[in-house]
Write a protein that binds this ligand. Structure first.
Ligand SMILES: [Zn+2]
Length: 294
């Protein structure tokens, strides 16, 4: 774990639960794409670069989730390297309470105010301020859906870092309801992925591959399966908690407060998408909000 794996002479990644991309932007310095889940991950990433004699030139955060920005503070403190990311990720990095607040829909209980959902605060500049030419000619790809304004990175040697727009087949078959924020955008991003060519694709939570189409298709199929399940669960008009319980029962998932927040947020996003596309209605009955399949 945390070993540096090079895919080309200049591009590679640090193996860990949320892979960090590495791009050698000049002979002695590298850009990190994401900074790992916490200060230990950040420390190990710097050690991996150091073992090659590389200094850190900059960090680019792909999105706001704590497992991608958690190492920011340590790497910035140790190296002074600037950190760039989408502007919403910058806001959350500066105000980490926003992540559990968005998931919970109000001030989150202490069970959700933990390091898995709240990174240590760090200063992230908007990606538009990054001089991408000075970082070796990186290209930013817009990959929204899983997170509000998630980005990916294409390197000049044709490696594409995909952040969290696809999950591995194993993860998908185990958890079924992968986290998504905006279903319409997530599906559009999967369509976009199928148009991309690269020498290597590096998703943060799946093995690197040379063809991303099969994984994009598997992720889309599972998302459409979840949407169909929700329509079935809403047949007679159901409240949110009943729908969420139905999802956990159907897939044999284990409920806890964290999963209630993460899967719950995702299910709410699916319900909004189904309503926006005219497949369910939102009705108030006996002071309860009911979602009903049309
Ligand atoms: Zn994520």
């Amino acid at each position: 774990m945390y070993e540096l794996v090079m895919l080309t002479e200049r591009s590679g990644y640090i193996e860990c639960p949320a892979k960090m991309g590495v791009f050698l932007c000049d002979p002695s310095s590298a850009v990190l794409i994401d900074a790992g889940s916490d200060k230990d991950a950040g420390k190990k990433a710097l050690k991996a670069l150091d073992s090659k004699g590389w200094t850190l030139k900059a960090v680019i955060n792909t999105h706001l989730h704590a497992d991608h920005i958690g190492g920011n503070k340590l790497v910035a403190n140790r190296t002074g390297a600037p950190i760039y990311g989408p502007s919403i990720a910058a806001a959350v990095a500066g105000h980490p309470i926003l992540e559990p607040t968005v998931l919970y829909g109000g001030y989150p209980p202490k069970q959700l105010r933990n390091k898995f959902l709240m990174a240590e605060p760090s200063a992230v500049k908007p990606i538009e301020e990054a001089d991408l030419a000075a970082l070796g000619g990186l290209e930013v790809l817009q990959l929204p859906g899983h997170s509000m304004d998630m980005i990916g990175i294409r390197t000049p040697d044709n490696v594409v870092f995909l952040a969290d727009c696809v999950f591995s087949e194993e993860t998908t078959q185990k958890y079924h309801v992968n986290f998504q924020y905006d279903i319409a955008q997530a599906l559009a991003t999967l369509d976009y992925l199928e148009t991309l060519e690269a020498d290597w694709f590096v998703p943060a939570h799946a093995a690197p591959c040379k063809d991303i189409k099969p994984l994009a298709q598997a992720n889309r199929a599972k998302m459409l399966e979840v949407a169909d399940l929700l329509l079935q669960l809403c047949e007679d008009g159901k409240g949110f908690e009943d729908i969420l319980a139905g999802v956990f029962t159907h897939y044999g998932l284990e409920m806890n407060i964290g999963q209630h927040a993460l899967v719950g947020s995702t299910v709410r996003s699916y319900l909004s998408w189904l309503a926006d596309t005219g497949r369910i209605s939102l009705e108030i009955a006996d002071n309860r909000l009911l979602f009903k399949a049309l």
